[in-house]
Design a protein around this ligand. Structure first.
Ligand code: SF4
Length: 504
């Protein structure tokens, strides 16, 4: 499929700006957007191979960030379209000559397959790739005109039929005026099970009549399913690439740099010891504060909690000897010294890379915590925005604000209700980001009201961040340790040369 030969430009050249439908239908890329079903059979230089892949990776990482930052569908859509237009443009046929269209579509098509190859290696990589690709597909589809959308439906071969005006009137009559006219598509009901389950379609004689507003979700679901299956097949074929020293390093490098969620320790609090943890816990994200509180209450945490919390405090700067002391003392009421050394110390050393595979484990990202096994009774790992019921989340966030010295005024209560709403709509990281902003704003406002900062609970490092501000905006949270860093620096990452001034 690929070689180191420079690609030859065999694209037809047209002097006209506008491309006719007939012209584009005769090219290898008739549709503006593709379902990427057939792997490309063409020659491409290794340089192009790398550039295409890197550009697509930039887009997919921005897609992930757009969903983390949110908060509205319109803003997410706008960001995705901006970045995809910059790196992977897909112009409409009425605006560009055919050679440009073919070149854009070729890049889009080929780059998809390169990353598919790169991201099929593990389940985690596959799941990330399928998620971002599906969201990119959805944003682009929604941005296209009707002709491009219809072409895609035809290519998707989903047996989806746009109903005629007379059929629409008939349907409208049968549903007592519920349907309106000309806005429905007919599809076998098995293809729309998700929409049937959500009661968003009209069912008549084995056919589902899908409103135009829901057609995007039908198509995106179909695309997601097909892509997921394809990546599994691709993953099985990957061992055939073993020994290819041109492509394999490039592919491995691509998938290694995917995660915007990969945390680079900033050591915001400098080097800390086990006695600092209680004092620092007021800057912890809700997930870690919950684990810390339960550890103190029960003098114990189960395996899932120990992993999530242990790697987090390692990430904020607790070195191995201090970590061993911290856990030994934390468990002292329930676990004897002997038992601790036999059953727990090994795992702590293991997480620092001193036992077993000697892998130096990194703290869990939000997406890993959110998508991992949910906590069962007696477990405290997980993400409160995902795993707490709305009432419990509301109470918990209120209690966190109160214990942070920010009080629980009506404005805080109202903002917490909005945050719980975001969590209910599955925008967990957006909700978490808003909560961080609320925590910082409340803390700075409380400090501002008490002008000399004599109020208890106000950290000295407020001085580093400058004046109090009534409202703080931070980047989307994708990692609990980033939450800590930003909370500790009042919305900013404290510069390295100022860290020694930070005292808790
Ligand atoms: S969104 Fe991330 S940082 Fe926030 S509570 Fe959930 S897992 Fe923790």
């Amino acid at each position: 499929m690929y070689s180191q030969v420079k690609s030859k430009n065999t694209d037809p050249i047209s002097n006209s700006i506008k491309t006719s439908l007939e012209q584009i239908l005769q090219t290898p890329y008739p549709g503006r957007l593709s379902l990427y079903e057939k792997s490309p059979d063409l020659e491409i230089s290794i340089e192009e191979f790398e550039i295409f892949a890197l550009d697509r990776l930039k887009v997919l990482k921005e897609v992930e960030l757009a969903y983390i930052r949110g908060p509205t569908t319109e803003q997410i859509q706008k960001r995705i379209i901006e970045v995809s237009t910059k790196y992977l443009p897909l112009s409409g046929r009425k605006h560009k000559p055919i050679n440009v269209l073919v070149s854009e579509r070729r890049k889009d098509y080929v780059s998809h397959f390169i990353l598919r190859l790169s991201f099929s290696r593990t389940e985690e990589l596959r799941s990330w790739f399928v998620k971002q690709e599906s969201n990119l597909f959805k944003a682009r589809f929604m941005n296209f005109d009707k002709e491009d959308q219809e072409l895609l439906f035809t290519a998707a071969n989903m047996d989806l039929r746009s109903i005629s005006e007379s059929e629409a009137k008939e349907l409208d009559a049968k549903t007592g005026g519920y349907c309106g006219v000309d806005n429905f598509y007919e599809v076998d009901f098995e293809k729309a099970l998700d929409l049937v389950y959500k009661r968003k379609v009209v069912l008549i004689a084995g056919k589902a009549y899908v409103p135009r507003s829901e057609i995007t979700s039908l198509l995106v679901e179909e695309y997601r399913t097909r892509l997921n299956d394809s990546t599994i097949v691709c993953g099985r074929a990957l061992p055939r690439l073993e020994g290819d020293d041109r492509l394999l390093p490039v592919l491995q490098n691509m998938s290694a740099q995917y995660a915007v969620t990969e945390y680079q320790s900033s050591g915001a609090a400098g080097e800390i010891n086990h006695t600092d943890i209680d004092k620092l816990s007021k800057y912890f994200p809700p997930c870690m504060l919950n684990l810390h509180t339960k550890l103190r209450e029960n003098s114990h945490l189960r395996h899932g909690g120990r992993m999530q919390y242990g790697l987090f405090i390692k990430g904020i700067g607790l070195k191995l000897p201090e970590a061993l002391t911290f856990w030994r003392q934390a468990f002292s009421k329930t676990v004897s010294e002997d038992k601790f050394n036999k059953e727990y110390a090994y795992n702590i050393r293991h997480s620092f890379g001193l036992e077993g595979k000697r892998q130096n484990y990194t703290p869990f990202s939000c997406s890993k915590i959110i998508s991992s096994n949910p906590p069962s009774t007696g477990d405290y790992h997980g993400c409160p925005f995902k795993h707490f019921a709305p009432n419990r989340l509301n109470q918990y966030l209120g209690a966190v604000c109160e214990s942070g010295g920010a009080g629980s005024d009506m404005e805080t209560g109202r903002k917490i209700s909005e945050i719980v709403q975001l969590a209910k709509q599955n925008h967990y990281q957006v909700a978490c980001t808003r909560f961080l902003e609320l925590q910082i704003s409340n803390r700075l406002n409380a400090k501002s009201n008490n002008s000399k900062g004599a109020m208890s609970g106000i950290p000295n490092n407020d001085l580093i961040s400058g004046n109090a501000e009534s409202s703080i905006v931070v980047e989307g949270i994708s990692h609990p340790n980033s939450y800590f860093d930003l909370n500790f620096g009042n919305g900013k990452i404290i510069p390295k040369d100022q860290k020694q001034k930070v005292q808790v």
